[in-house]
Design a protein around this ligand. Structure first.
Ligand code: FPP
Length: 236
């Protein structure tokens, strides 16, 4: 029997999936599902704090999400901006440190970049939870960008190792993910945090993201604590 793991995961990553289906099931426009997802996002943040999780990372917008209908893309960009504007003070008071990962390319509006910088600066001294928003994020893009940055640093090929690549990722301080949660009955990683998910435990639920609560997160953590993690080794 592998040893159980009584610890709380240090880093949880969430794929907030199922907003569109939640809305469609109710005959509503897809964006109504995203709007409802804001409540679940705060459930996840508060749940993580209650459980003693140190890092929570959410997939807010992927490098592939630009392929969605232009109206939905526009909505999602504005929505991220709007949530930060409306709720950054509240997150700050909760002791949440807001961080971002993703590719800062020409498609991300300057206004949103400024908002992200403002939210990071406002909350940078907070210690309760490191809450990272992955925006215009793709796992393969992150690894490609890390390699590009590593090569630009002038390192010779024979010196390249895993630790060095990790130091050139978008956030070199981000620890590996211990537990990935994906809602809506989909069993994929969808290019999320590829590097950090290497040894992550996965937890899936049929619940659609707008119905996700802190109780689901507690269930996921309880399940995590029943699992034996071997990292490719064997258990004594
Ligand atoms: C996936 O559902 C969800 C998204 C693409 C975006 C979710 C974004 C938020 C909840 C807001 C995040 C904001 C901040 C500031 C972190 P889907 O549309 O793929 O659902 P479907 O699979 O049912 O179509």
């Amino acid at each position: 029997m592998p040893k159980r793991n009584p610890t709380v995961p240090k880093h949880i990553a969430c794929v907030m999936d199922g907003n569109g289906r939640w809305a469609e099931q109710r005959g509503l426009a897809r964006i109504e599902g995203h709007k409802m997802g804001e409540h679940s996002l705060f459930e996840a943040v508060e749940g993580a704090i209650e459980l003693g999780v140190e890092w929570l990372t959410v997939y807010a917008f992927s490098t592939e999400n630009w392929k969605r209908p232009p109206d939905e893309v526009k909505f999602l960009i504005g929505f991220n901006d709007d949530i930060l504007l409306r709720r950054q003070d509240e997150l700050n008071e909760m002791g949440v440190q807001i961080r971002f990962v993703g590719r800062n390319d020409w498609r991300v509006p300057k206004r949103l970049v400024n908002r992200m910088n403002e939210a990071s600066a406002l909350t940078k001294g907070n210690k309760k939870l490191k809450f990272t928003i992955a925006f215009n994020y793709g796992g393969r893009a992150e690894i490609a960008d890390a390699v590009k940055s590593l090569m630009a640093s002038g390192v010779s090929a024979d010196k390249v190792n895993e630790r060095m690549i990790a130091r050139h990722l978008y956030d070199p301080d981000m620890p590996e993910v211990d537990l990935m949660i994906r809602t809506s009955g989909e069993f994929r990683t969808s290019n999320f945090l590829l590097w950090h998910l290497a040894y992550s435990e996965m937890w899936f639920t049929d619940t659609l993201w707008p119905d996700f609560t802190r109780a689901h997160m507690a269930d996921a953590v309880a399940d995590f604590q029943q699992r034996g993690r071997r990292y490719g080794g064997v258990t004594a």
